[in-house]
Structures are given as structure tokens and as C-alpha cells.
Write a protein that binds this ligand. Structure first.
Ligand code: ATP
Length: 234
């Protein structure tokens, strides 16, 4: 469904990605793991068109999207749930969800998706008229996921969805991501919680200083000596 070939991205003189190649099959949950600064967020930013690539090619459903704008990429069905939640703090929960659906015009389905999100996250339903900036960290994370679902994506990308959340909320967020995958949406997940990501994924890539150094099933990576010592605490 998504293929990245030889992707190079730079921030000024810093070469953050040095020729990344990876693939995601339809319906898969793929995990991208690696240390801080390895280039995981940069990979997601390049896919969603926020960051231009210096070289390489990204195709989605066989179409070259390397030079597409962020808006075009969203309209093709790729949603990005960024690190740090990034909800619109001065807008209400309802308004944030509306923003997720801004490229859609199917009013009835939009309303149904909103109710589905409130079913998944009852706390958001209780706070639908509250401004997002006053929500707790966990609630903002749920809202960011809900907003991404509102764009009705075929590929949903999560950047560190568990970052800074209490353990019980982390479990809930992972279970929601699993149910998003089970509903047929393809998922690419960047996660610092490597063990959880490897346990739930179909396939995983390990990124080190801008290059993919290892890939395989989650189990393959969990069993790998280097992954165990460097990322799973031995
Ligand atoms: P983290 O988990 O810390 O976010 P990451 O694997 O997602 O790590 P990136 O954020 O993709 O890493 O960063 C990759 C490299 O690019 C790092 O060396 C980082 O310092 C650099 N970088 C990222 N964003 C910028 C920026 N806006 N300007 C300059 N350099 C940047």
C-alpha cells in the first residue's frame, strides 16, 4: 500500500534520513522503532507531506506522492497523529473533531463517525463543549486520535501515542490502536515503548541514525540480540 524507497530528508545540513526504504501492506500494523533522534518523526513528517524530501520516492496505492502537499496527502487517505498531541487548544472537543473532517462532505457519515469516537472515548463525550487546552494529557491524546479518525483515513500514522501517559491510559490507547487496525485501517506506529509496539505489530523496522538497520516480524525483533540489549533493556 505504501512504499518508501531511498528517502533522504535534511534539516539544513543535518541529514536526518539517509536513504530509508520500507513498505507497509494493506491492513498491516507496522512499527517503526529506534532511539531518540533516529529519524522516526522525520519519516512520518515526510510521508504526510509536512517535510520535503531531498531524494527518494514515496508511493501510495501505486501513485507517486513524493511531491504532494500535506493537504493532497490527507485527501488521499493518510492521517498523521503527531507527537505531543497538538490539538487546537482554544477550540472545543467538538470543533477539534470538525477540523479532522474538514475535507469531507458526507454529513451523515461524519456525524456517525463522531458518535463512534464518543463511544470509544466516553470522556470526550462528557467534555465535548470544553476547550481542548484544558483537557488532561490522556484526554488530549484521545482527542488527537479521534481527530485523525474523523478524516476517515486508510493509513493512520501515530507518533509516540503513549508518550507521557499514565500506564492505564497507555493500555487504553494501545487497545484503541489495535481496534483501529482490526476495523481494516492500515497503521504505521512510531513508539518509544518498543516492547509493546513489537508485541502488537505485524512487521517492524529498526531505524538507527537515519537508516533502517533491521526489519522483520515483531517476534523476530524481540528475539534479536541487538534489539534486546539496546531497546528492550536486555
Ligand atoms: P525523537 O523520539 O527524539 O523524536 P526521532 O527518531 O523521531 O526522535 P527525529 O525527530 O526524526 O527523530 O529527528 C531526527 C534528526 O533530525 C535528529 O538528529 C534531530 O536533531 C534532527 N531534527 C529534527 N527536527 C529538526 C529540526 N526542525 N531542525 C533541525 N534538526 C532537526
Amino acid at each position: 500500500m505504501l512504499h518508501i524507497n531511498g528517502l533522504v530528508c535534511r534539516y539544513g545540513k543535518v541529514e536526518a534520513l539517509k536513504g530509508v526504504t520500507l513498505s507497509i501492506g494493506q491492513g498491516q500494523l507496522v512499527a517503526l522503532i529506534g532511539a531518540n533522534g533516529a529519524g522516526k518523526s522525520t519519516t512520518l513528517r515526510a510521508i504526510s507531506g509536512i517535510l520535503p524530501s531531498a531524494a527518494g520516492r514515496i508511493t501510495f496505492d501505486g501513485h507517486d506522492i513524493t511531491k504532494c502537499s500535506a493537504r493532497e496527502i490527507l485527501s488521499k487517505g493518510i492521517a498523521h497523529c503527531p507527537e505531543g498531541r497538538r490539538v487546537f487548544p482554544d477550540m472545543t472537543v467538538d470543533e477539534n473533531l470538525d477540523m479532522g473532517a474538514y475535507l469531507r462532505s458526507d454529513r451523515r457519515e461524519i456525524a456517525a463517525d463522531r458518535e463512534r469516537i464518543f463511544g470509544m472515548f466516553p470522556r470526550l463525550a462528557e467534555r465535548r463543549h470544553q476547550v481542548a487546552g484544558t483537557l488532561s494529557g490522556g484526554e488530549q491524546q484521545m482527542l488527537a486520535i479521534g481527530r485523525a479518525i474523523m478524516s476517515k483515513p486508510r493509513l493512520m500514522m501515530f507518533d509516540e501515542p503513549s508518550l507521557g501517559l499514565a500506564p492505564n491510559i497507555v493500555e487504553q490507547v494501545f487497545s484503541i490502536i489495535d481496534s483501529i487496525r482490526k476495523s481494516g485501517t492500515t497503521v504505521l506506529m512510531v513508539e518509544q515503548n518498543a516492547y509493546s509496539a513489537l508485541e502488537m505489530c505485524d512487521y517492524a523496522y529498526l531505524l538507527e541514525t537515519g537508516s533502517i538497520v533491521l526489519s522483520g516480524s515483531g517476534k523476530d525483533l524481540i528475539d534479536d540480540e541487538h534489539v534486546r540489549s539496546a531497546y528492550l533493556g536486555g
